[in-house]
Design a protein around this ligand. Structure first.
Ligand code: AMP
Ligand code: MG
Length: 434
């Protein structure tokens, strides 16, 4: 596996200075997304994998069809292959049956005028035949002859054309595609057993906060179990990253510095949670700033206002840093709307933006213009057949249950104000089919 992790040239300062009205203390979501996208660079490291192992991985080169799929014109139905020109325009047509084509076993004779053959789905179309009459459309079929009712089919019907799925010499899959089940099948249909993919992105993460306890520890008074490491683990796994869980790091300068350095030396990206709020009484921000090029933002979003972003260095290695807020829902929302695309870009993935659908809000939603709000919702089909969305109870940024119960995010845009009951809102679904 080759690995050429090229250092990125532009500093964060260079990137933000290209933004008009950059204000780290009031940064709209869209602007934060742009800065992140511009600052980070994809990794360049490719490995070859058997196609099953490549599921969920990022394709590292275009795949060109070496063959036509299907290789020959063939039948889409079980029935009779015939010459379209033989079909009488206004009367039944009777044809003599002179042979049979099975899938994988072609008929090697010649079909003359007034003749046809029995053919199975996938059977190769004999020369001169361009049409198939499905079995169930025929009248009086015997061993020797078949009668085709007038007007039931047109010349060319029920024939699959050579190369209609994949044409030899054409690009079948584009570099940057995240391989899904259909793509594995498509590669197999081309006879391709191995593909080049980007190596997995390595992402280290840890939680900061003296009040945090790990599973198995006693929950002392005023303490909480660390849940962020588990949501982060899940989100990163789903994205196909290699994860390095570094545990809870105490709020001590030396411990934090060691953790950041070690993460930087072993990972492409680092995600931390906690300790980045305005006026936070801990050392996290100070250490981040010491180790590299890091900006501290207050983002116009809810939940998830504070965030640190940049690149840190240690012993000649570098890693991108996403310092997320501590509140459990804020971690998930900032991950999905600020980190996810960045990691995909680092992975070399080229995927279309996730679609927003419009649904009628079942209730009033209070919303102040000037920030993007991500409320957790349940999308369903109402009795009128239209999409509707209900908010999952209390939307506090510490209420993880609101995420767990939801099946979608209601995205209330930056300039949007209060939403009336029945008004359409933007919704992003959590789950897909594939
Ligand atoms: P902070 O951003 O560090 O000020 O934390 C904000 C809130 O999130 C506090 O109530 C923390 O206790 C809580 N919090 C921070 N980190 C975690 C974590 N890893 N798991 C659960 N709650 C957390
Ligand atoms: Mg904290």
């Amino acid at each position: 596996m080759m690995n050429t992790n090229k250092p990125h040239q532009a500093s964060l300062h260079d990137v933000v200075s290209c933004q008009s009205d950059y204000d780290p203390a009031a940064l709209p979501v869209q602007q934060a997304q742009q800065i992140i996208q511009q600052f980070i660079a994809p990794i360049h490291a490719i490995e070859k994998l058997a196609i099953r192992q490549a599921l969920g991985r990022v394709l590292a080169a275009d795949i060109v069809s070496g063959i036509n799929v299907p290789a020959h014109d063939n039948s889409a139905m079980d029935g009779y292959a015939l010459r379209g020109g033989d079909l009488a325009p206004d009367a039944n047509t009777e044809l003599n049956i002179i042979g049979t084509a099975f899938a994988g076993r072609a008929f090697d004779g010649e079909v003359s005028q007034g003749e046809c053959i029995r053919i199975m789905t996938g059977g190769v179309m004999p020369r001169h035949c361009d049409t198939v009459i499905p079995q169930e459309f025929t009248l009086h079929a015997s061993e020797l002859a078949v009668t085709i009712p007038a007007g039931k089919i047109k010349p060319g019907d029920n024939r699959r054309l050579k190369g209609e799925d994949l044409m030899q010499g054409k690009t079948a899959l584009l570099q940057g595609k995240i391989l899904r089940p259909a793509d594995l099948g498509l590669l197999a249909s081309l006879g391709i057993a191995e593909v080049p993919v980007q190596r997995r992105l390595r992402v280290a993460f840890f939680s900061t906060g003296d009040e945090l306890r790990s599973l198995g520890e006693t929950l002392d008074e005023g303490c909480v179990y660390d849940s962020n490491r588990y949501t982060l683990y899940g989100m990163l796994q789903r994205l196909g990253c290699d994860v390095i869980d570094m545990g809870v790091i105490k709020d001590e300068p030396a411990a934090l510095k060691d953790a950041f350095r070690s993460a930087c030396e072993n990972a492409d990206a680092i995600i931390t949670s906690g300790g980045v709020s305005v006026g936070a009484a801990d050392y996290t921000k100070q250490i981040m700033a010491e180790l590299g090029d890091v900006a501290f933002w207050t983002i116009g979003m809810r939940p998830g206002r504070p965030m640190a972003f940049g690149k840190i260095h240690s012993h000649g290695k570098h890693a991108y840093l996403f310092g997320l807020p501590g509140n459990p829902v804020a971690v998930m929302v900032t991950f999905y709307f600020l980190v996810r695309d960045a990691l995909l870009h680092m992975m070399g993935a080229k995927c279309p933006a996730l679609p927003l659908v419009r649904a009628a809000s079942r209730s009033i939603i209070r919303k102040r213009p000037g920030r993007t709000e991500y409320q957790r919702g349940i999308l369903s089909v109402g009795s009128d057949g239209n999409l509707q969305v209900a908010i999952t109870g209390s939307q506090g940024s510490g209420i993880l249950r609101s995420m767990s119960e939801a099946n979608c995010m209601v995205v209330l845009q930056h300039d949007q104000a209060n939403v009336a009951a029945g008004e359409a809102v933007d919704v992003m679904l959590f789950e897909g089919l594939l």
